[in-house]
Design a protein around this ligand. Sequence first.
Ligand SMILES: [Cu+2]
Length: 512
Amino acid sequence: MKRRNVLKIAAAASTSAGAGLLVVGKDSGASGASGAATGQVAPAAAGVGEGSGELMPGMKGMAGLPGLPAAGAVTPPPAVLTPFVDAMPRLVDAVPVSTTADTDHYATSIENSYVQLAPGKPTAVTSYGGGFIGPLIRAQRGRKVSVTYTNNLSASVVVHLHGGHVPSPSDGFPTDELAAGASRTYTYPNLQRGATLWYHDHLHMMEAVNVYNGLHGVYILHDPAEDVLDLPGGRYDVPIFLRDAYLDVDNTLYYDPTLTWTALLANGKARPYFPVGQRQYRFRLINGSNHRTLTLSLSDGTPLVQIAGDGGLLPAPSVAPQLALSSAERGEVLVDFSGYPMGTQLYLEDSVLGQILRFDVTETCPPEPRKAALPATLAALPALKHPTNTRDITLSLSADTNYFYINGKVFDPNVVMASIPVGTTEIWQVTDISGWEHNFHIHLVQFRVLDINGAPPGPSMQGLKDTVPIPANGTVRLQATFSDYPGKYVFHCHLLEHASFTGMMARMDITA
Ligand SMILES: [Cu+2]
């Protein structure tokens, strides 16, 4: 469907839409939007997409698009959430339904469900497997995973493994739909380095709404190459899926990206606590927010020791007071609680929204085996190959349509913007001329950031990456090798509202 047609249809529909309740989860969130398109401006704050005007200058013209509130409706008041009532749950490991010599096979239902995000009423969500965060898939490098998804919603979905190096048919091209009622098996080779990946919806023009409503989950690729580092494992290796939301007074997930979403969820609980023992932990932090950048720190100022980014281990630890993660980025940190007295409460905080998660040093745990100091180096990066092409990518804003563009174009799934022969190494020069910060994600590859506004990337950006913030009016040069898997893929802004509603996405074909 053409975007303009959707606009027309949505405009017609919105005139007859009453002031009904938002029905989150119905039709995978594709319908049921009513309520507020306020046009009101939330307080401006730091960070990508923070506050209404900063996220979407054109949102006022988009009210009524599928998933967006109808024009003129009233915003429900937000829930008043008491922090640190609930414990942060551990993500639930998916259990294979079968295994063969080289593959673990999983089956997951995509369904409407109710979950308890905060005390009070349960929240209607769209889910992988019934929970707010989908089943945690633990893959082993070199061993395939296949997942059969059965779509029990009444609308199509698309499943994408973010950061995965996977063949095109399993990558989740936005129009490569898994229809309502159908099943489909996605296959993941797991030949890349160990990394914290995540999976989420990628349906054409609907991923922002569908991800917001709960279509997200975590996928950890374990790598025996990491064993030599003796990093915390087992129950001391904890994935933490962070995201924001707007919960109304009935705990309904209300979708209006022009509002500031102040409900901060860690593993699906609003501002929870998490008991820890006096030892070192590995926390795999995933920013699953639609568009919010999280700038994370510990409340006592202890630096965060980052050991891995999007695509796996960094070449060396990055020790800094803050760790910024834009939408979809991952950062793995080591936090050592061994020096804290029992009973200590320590907070993981965001620079804008404050406390997210409270660590309570209350657990007894076996004495930690004596460890050597953190090694100065973690994992050497593969040598950069010789690039044979430089590609210019320009991010712009149209004054006419209020759409953000990539190279002057709105996403058309049938138009190939980049045609790349398999095996090619390219430098992409990504420049923003819109005056807004975006974040740039390429499917299929883990790339290297060469420089940001001409300066080498900081230690946190030195590893393999799949998503990188592009500063307003700035340029990031990155290098990627498209080593295999011919077929169609996309690259896009990972502010999901930009990708969904303004078409800030483009198709690339890897050619045989
Ligand atoms: Cu953008």
